[in-house]
Design a protein around this ligand. Structure first.
Ligand code: AMP
Length: 285
C-alpha cells in the first residue's frame, strides 16, 4: 500500500475535480513533513470527518525567519509517505518552491489582531508566511475541512481568522496536542535535541502544566508565571521568549483568569526553539 504523491497544482486539481464530481467531502492536513504522531493524529481525525484526505508537505520558506533554521529543518519525504500509507490518506501533495511561488509571485496575506504578540512578536513576518501559504493550500485543494493542531495555538487562531475574513468555504478544526509519555509536546524540531536537551525539555511541559493547575485554582498569575520562568531557566533553557496567559477564545492578554485561558510559552534550548501551550480552565462563576 502506498499513498499517491502529487507535485503540481494542475494534477491536484484534476484529482480533486473527480472527487468533487462524485460528491465526496474533502479534508486537508497541512504539514511541513518530518511526520510524527501529532501529525498522524490530525490525519486520523480528518479520515473520520471526510471521504478524502489530502496531506500537504511543504517546508514553506516564507514562514522562516532565519535561513539557517530553514536549511536545518528536517526533510524526510520517503519516511513521511510510508507513515501515511497504512492510515489510508488519499493523497500527499508535495509541491516544490517554484510550484508554490513561481517567478513573479507578489502576494502576501497579512492578518492583524491575533498575530500580535507571542510568536508574532518574536518572529516578524512568520504569520504572513503562514497565512499566505495556507490560503494557497485551501484554494488549491478546495477542501471542505482543514485540520490543525492546538500545539500551534496562535497559528490555529490565525488560520481561523484567515478563512473567516476571506470567506474561504472551509471548516477549520483544532485538534489536541499529542505528547510523548514524559509530557513533551511532539514536534519535528525535537529531532534536533541531544539526549541531555531532551531531559531538560521535559521541564517546559511539566512547568506549564503545573502553573496552569495553580492558576486554575486561584494562584496569582504574575507570581506564578515569574516562578515558572525561573524554573525553566534554571533547568537549562537559554531564554524564555514569552510565557503568557491569554484568553482561549480570542487570545486577549489576561492578568486574571476571568474566562477560559491558555498558558503559552516559547523557550530556547540550545539551537532549538520550543513552543507549547495548555488550557487553564476557568472554574469560577
Ligand atoms: P508542522 O509540520 O509543524 O507545520 O505542523 C503541521 C500541523 O501539525 C500543524 O497544524 C501543527 O499544529 C500540527 N502539530 C504539530 N505538532 C503537533 C502535536 N504534537 N500534536 C498535535 N498537532 C501537532
Amino acid at each position: 500500500m502506498s499513498v499517491p504523491i502529487v507535485r503540481t497544482v494542475f494534477d491536484l486539481r484534476r484529482i480533486v475535480a473527480e472527487w468533487r464530481a462524485a460528491g465526496e467531502k474533502i479534508a486537508v492536513v497541512p504539514t511541513m513533513g518530518a511526520l510524527h504522531d501529532g501529525h498522524l493524529s490530525l490525519v486520523r481525525a480528518a479520515l473520520t470527518g471526510a471521504d478524502r484526505v489530502i496531506v500537504t508537505l511543504f517546508v514553506n520558506p516564507k514562514q522562516f525567519n532565519s535561513a539557517a533554521d530553514l536549511a536545518a529543518y528536517p526533510r524526510t519525504e520517503v519516511e513521511d509517505a510510508a507513515k501515511l500509507a497504512p492510515l489510508g490518506a488519499d493523497l500527499l501533495f508535495c509541491p516544490d518552491g517554484d510550484e508554490m511561488y513561481p517567478a513573479g509571485f507578489a502576494t502576501t496575506i497579512s492578518i492583524t489582531g491575533v498575530t500580535e504578540g507571542l510568536c508574532g512578536a518574536q518572529r516578524p513576518g512568520h504569520f504572513d508566511g503562514v497565512a499566505t501559504v495556507v490560503a494557497k493550500l485551501f484554494l488549491q485543494t478546495q477542501a471542505d475541512l482543514a485540520y490543525f493542531g492546538e500545539k500551534d495555538f496562535q497559528q490555529l487562531h490565525v488560520v481561523k481568522r484567515l478563512a473567516a475574513d476571506l470567506n474561504i468555504p472551509i471548516d477549520v478544526i483544532g485538534c489536541p496536542t499529542i505528547r510523548e509519555e514524559n509530557g513533551l509536546a511532539m514536534s519535528s524540531r525535537n529531532m534536533r535535541l541531544s539526549d541531555t536537551e531532551r531531559k531538560t525539555a521535559i521541564v517546559l511541559a511539566a512547568t506549564l502544566m503545573e502553573s496552569a493547575t495553580r492558576i486554575a485554582v486561584g494562584a496569582p498569575v504574575e507570581v506564578t508565571l515569574s516562578e515558572a520562568r525561573d524554573r525553566i531557566l534554571s533547568a537549562g533553557f537559554q531564554s524564555v521568549e514569552y510565557l503568557e496567559l491569554r484568553a482561549e477564545d480570542d487570545l486577549a492578554p489576561l492578568s486574571d483568569l476571568e474566562r477560559n485561558g491558555r498558558l503559552l510559552v516559547a523557550a530556547q534550548l540550545g539551537e532549538t526553539r520550543l513552543i507549547d501551550n495548555v488550557q487553564v480552565p476557568f472554574q469560577g462563576g
